[in-house]
Write a protein that binds this ligand. Structure first.
Ligand SMILES: [Mg+2]
Length: 259
């Protein structure tokens, strides 16, 4: 048994890469177990800032791969790390789920209605009032930061408008776009990886199904990258795109080769 990509840390996207909704992709769980048995570090990297790390631990573990908290990295963590290191003691007005707001509180990020920063996350509890309050702050010139750029989040019954779609809304209502985006493919997500793992970037491999987040993240940060065709991207989309991964596999199963 051998890994087909020569790396020590394997960063996996989740939806479209490990599972589709609540269903694991065929052979994916087995592949994760094999990589772990080979002594590879396996980590899951998600841009979804609506959920807590513990929810991912529960979901992946219930599929048959026992996972620890350290193996989950979210765009929320990248945002918190960015705020602590680059915007210490600045307050934020969060547009996010109660889980997101709770994480900010636990991590000691000051929250205020009249904040220095509008922090836009994937808010499945969004209200008109939150949009309005954020718009007022943005019109006053407060800094605008988003957790990630994805336009939609896939679901079993149809795509959910995600942070990228809300960014388009604010672009329309006040002519503002975020000055910083924290998740894949941007550098705050790589900074949190560098902070958590002492592994040279050429020994890191990013595996995912989305070109403009997962694969671009690998390319931007000097990692190896694997596009899997088990999710969003088709062969046609890949050939039409300027974003070229190091490897293209049908699914994560091809990451392990039997001798
Ligand atoms: Mg995905």
């Amino acid at each position: 048994m051998k890994a087909t990509v020569d790396a020590d840390l394997f960063l996996f996207d989740l939806d479209g890469t490990i599972y589709l909704g609540d269903k694991p992709i065929e052979g994916a769980i087995d592949t994760l177990k094999k990589l772990t048995a080979m002594g590879k570090k396996v980590c899951f990297l998600t841009n979804n800032s609506s959920k807590d790390k513990r929810e991912y631990v529960k979901k992946i573990s219930s599929m048959g791969y026992p996972v620890d908290l350290w193996q989950i990295v979210t765009s929320t963590m990248a945002a918190v790390q960015f705020l602590h290191t680059r915007r210490p003691s600045k307050s934020v007005y969060p547009i996010g789920t109660p889980t997101f707001v709770q994480t900010l509180e636990e991590e000691g990020v000051p929250i205020s209605e009249d904040a220095d920063i509008v922090l836009l996350a994937f808010d499945t509890t969004l209200t008109y009032e939150k949009l309005w309050k954020a718009n007022i702050l943005l019109e006053k010139g407060r800094e605008f930061i988003a957790t990630h750029p994805d336009t939609v989040c896939p679901s079993d019954i149809g795509d959910m408008p995600d942070v990228g779609a809300m960014m388009a809304l604010f672009e329309c209502s006040c002519g503002r776009a975020p000055s910083i985006i924290c998740g894949k493919p941007y550098s705050p997500m790589a900074e949190i990886i560098g902070h958590l793992f002492d592994i040279p970037k050429e020994r890191i491999c990013m595996i995912g199904d989305r070109l403009y987040t997962d694969i671009l993240f690998g390319i931007n940060n000097g990692y190896q990258s694997v596009l899997v065709l088990s999710g969003e991207t088709t062969k046609e989309m890949l050939s039409a795109s300027g974003i070229k991964p190091s490897f293209v596999f049908d699914s994560v199963v091809s990451l392990v080769k039997e001798d």
